[in-house]
Design a protein around this ligand. Structure first.
Ligand SMILES: [Fe+2]
Ligand SMILES: [Fe+2]
Length: 348
């Protein structure tokens, strides 16, 4: 399938992603309803109307549409859509599943994406377990991976062995900080605090550093179990995994994490095991997004690939320093939101 200046169309990107994922992509929409593609997965908390079916493939747009500029991101949001428009991207490839309106600023894709002539592809479970980067960044080499541990799709467990240069838990923490360029984020936050005049500003990645919840920096590391608590990994799963791999000395939880009082940590302490919480979900764009973006560039050298990277900060209201917007926010709140006037004509 070819079209346009580059001779590349959305269908070619889909083909490339199918090669990258070793045939896991939805190439024919019938796969969504027939149940033949195991990577078409329903994600639900059983809240009416809030579930989503992951469809690793073209979710919106025309297969024949020419493509010159592609953005690779983690999660689709209205900011991503607006940035993609400003950058004149033709196609957005996101890792996480999208949901109509939820991922597009409260309005249907069909009303929004055609404005900017954007096509949209999602991957998620179809991309998991394809490369060992997540484990390498955390200082071990995976020996086996189960992407469906306990029969739960997406519940990934890696069993790994420490890299030769990694001897202790402290080595893992130092490696993560070095690899992820934590110093850059520290400098960036310091600069932003100074520029904005907001000394209490926090940023997602820095607020969630890698840390030790059981064991010490000198605890030796050799045999590692690595999982992701948000994927449905339970204490029962951890007990099973420790029975399967009794040589385990170190447990790593990353992407999501648990707090110090979690039963995982209690179990690790009880057994004398080291427990590390590694990278948070906010750097998955580097862990998974960057390899995907480079893979696309390698397979389709004619296109320009952009990394769509978000940065989320938090600041207490009392410390917001830009006085004009503080005045604006307060005025709207006081005058229109909490003054409880009689029902009147809406003004914007
Ligand atoms: Fe992921
Ligand atoms: Fe994720």
């Amino acid at each position: 399938m070819t079209a346009g200046k580059t001779g590349i169309a959305v269908a070619d990107v889909l083909e490339a992603l199918n090669r990258i994922s070793k045939g896991r992509m939805v190439m024919d929409w019938n796969e969504v309803t027939s149940g033949t593609n195991p990577y078409v997965v329903m994600k639900t908390s059983n809240i009416p109307g809030k579930s989503v079916i992951e469809i690793p493939g073209l979710v919106f747009g025309d297969k024949h549409k020419p493509v010159a500029r592609v953005g690779v991101g983690m999660t689709l949001t209205e900011s991503v859509i607006e940035l993609a428009s400003a950058m004149k991207l033709d196609l957005i490839v996101v890792h996480h599943p999208v949901a109509d309106a939820a991922s597009s600023g409260g309005v249907p894709f069909a009303d929004y994406l055609p404005l900017y002539d954007l096509a949209l592809i999602e991957m998620h479970e179809a991309f998991h377990g394809l490369h060992p980067g997540m484990t390498l960044l955390h200082g071990h080499r995976k020996l086996t991976t189960d992407i469906c541990f306990g029969g739960i799709p997406g519940n990934v467990l890696h069993k790994g062995i420490a890299l030769p240069e990694v001897q202790t838990a402290g080595d893992i923490l130092a490696r993560i900080n070095r690899m992820m360029g934590r110093d850059i984020d520290v400098d960036l936050l310091e600069a932003e605090r100074a520029i904005r005049g907001e000394t209490t500003l926090q940023e997602a990645t820095l607020a969630n550093p890698a840390k030790l919840l059981s064991g010490g920096p000198d605890s030796p590391v050799k045999h590692v179990l690595h999982f992701f608590p948000h994927t449905g990994f339970s204490v029962g799963h951890l007990e099973t995994a420790l029975r399967m791999y009794p040589e385990t000395d170190t447990i790593i939880a990353s992407i999501s994490r648990v707090r110090e009082d979690h039963p995982f940590v209690a179990l690790a302490r009880e057994r004398g095991l080291t427990f590390i919480v590694g990278n948070s979900h906010s750097v998955e764009i580097m862990e998974n997004g960057l390899p995907l973006a480079y893979a696309l560039e390698l397979l389709l050298p004619g296109i320009e690939v952009f990394l769509l990277r978000e940065r989320i900060t938090a600041v207490p209201l009392k410390d917001i320093a830009h006085s004009r917007m503080v005045e604006y926010g307060k005025q709207m709140a006081e005058t229109h939101l909490v003054s409880m006037p009689p029902r009147a004509v809406q003004t914007y």
